[in-house]
Design a protein. Structure first.
Length: 275
């Protein structure tokens, strides 16, 4: 069944840099430590703060469905705005996920100067979205952080239930298979194969595909790392990813890839075991 969602709010906690006790809303009331992972990719990302750093929105709330240019600042523990990221400006990533897991955006934020960053997310459907920023602050402890806030795009919208668990997916006339038996809290290896027709994966953001997992219900996010860097113009029909699912349950896995110059997004529902 599809239900009607009437969304009429705006950015939560927009532009607020107050201490946690004064600034936290119920949607952000998650232990900040859940957003920090030493080395590798961050997971969870359900808080606006972690490790003393704060994500602050600098975007007017949308009043209609339109292309969203999400502007933000990251505040360091001393209150100053972070002006550079470890590994360079293009090392950070911004994700936007709709609450029913029917939409994902993934982009590299642009540096507008003076600690203000911009992520062009494109047009977002009406409904509740969570915006995540993954980065390692330059001069910080070296750990990647994953912070987030929520954004409501106004207007009538529909929500959809999560698809059944399946190892296969179809998109734009392509059939794909996702292999792997992930267990919560342990390193996971996932293998993507385009099974029909015979195609070659093309470079996309440093790999031959990009994989992002989001947990059904709480929207915990787990970015995976491509194992094979894109060193040639084509990489065959397969790609492997390494990462970690922090919790068991049903996860929506988004795989973004490119063939013949066209970008695609395939989705899988994966059941992550507790042991």
């Amino acid at each position: 069944m599809r239900t009607v969602l009437a969304a009429a709010a705006g950015l939560l906690l927009a532009g607020c840099a107050a201490p946690p006790d004064a600034a936290r809303s119920p949607s952000q009331d998650v232990p900040p430590a859940a957003a920090v992972l030493s080395g590798g990719a961050p997971t969870a990302g359900l808080s606006a703060s972690a490790g003393g750093y704060w994500l602050v929105s600098a975007t007017p709330e949308p009043t209609a469905v339109r292309a969203v240019d999400y502007r933000f600042q990251v505040l360091a523990p001393d209150g100053s705005a972070v002006t550079s990221f470890l590994g360079g400006d293009d090392s950070a990533r911004v994700y936007a996920v709709r609450s029913d897991l029917t939409g994902l955006r993934r982009t590299v934020p642009a540096n507008l100067g003076e600690g203000v960053w911009s992520a062009r997310l494109g047009e977002l459907d009406p409904g509740l979205w969570r915006i995540y920023v993954a980065f390692a602050p330059d001069g910080g402890p070296g750990s990647r952080l994953l912070l987030s806030r929520t954004l409501t795009v106004p207007g009538p919208g529909e929500t959809s239930p999560l698809d059944p668990v399946s190892a296969t997916a179809s998109v734009d006339g392509l059939t794909l298979r996702l292999g792997g038996r992930p267990v919560a809290g342990r390193p996971a290896l996932l293998r993507l194969t385009v099974t029909r027709p015979a195609v070659q994966l093309e470079p996309l953001d440093g790999g031959y595909a990009q994989l992002t997992a989001v947990r059904d219900g709480d929207l915990a996010l787990a970015p995976f790392t491509p194992l094979t860097p894109a060193l040639a113009m084509a990489g065959g029909p397969t790609a492997e990813f390494r990462g970690r699912f922090p919790e068991p349950g049903a996860w929506r896995v988004f795989v973004q890839f490119r063939t013949e110059g066209q970008q695609h997004t395939a989705t899988f529902t994966v059941r992550v075991r507790s042991r």
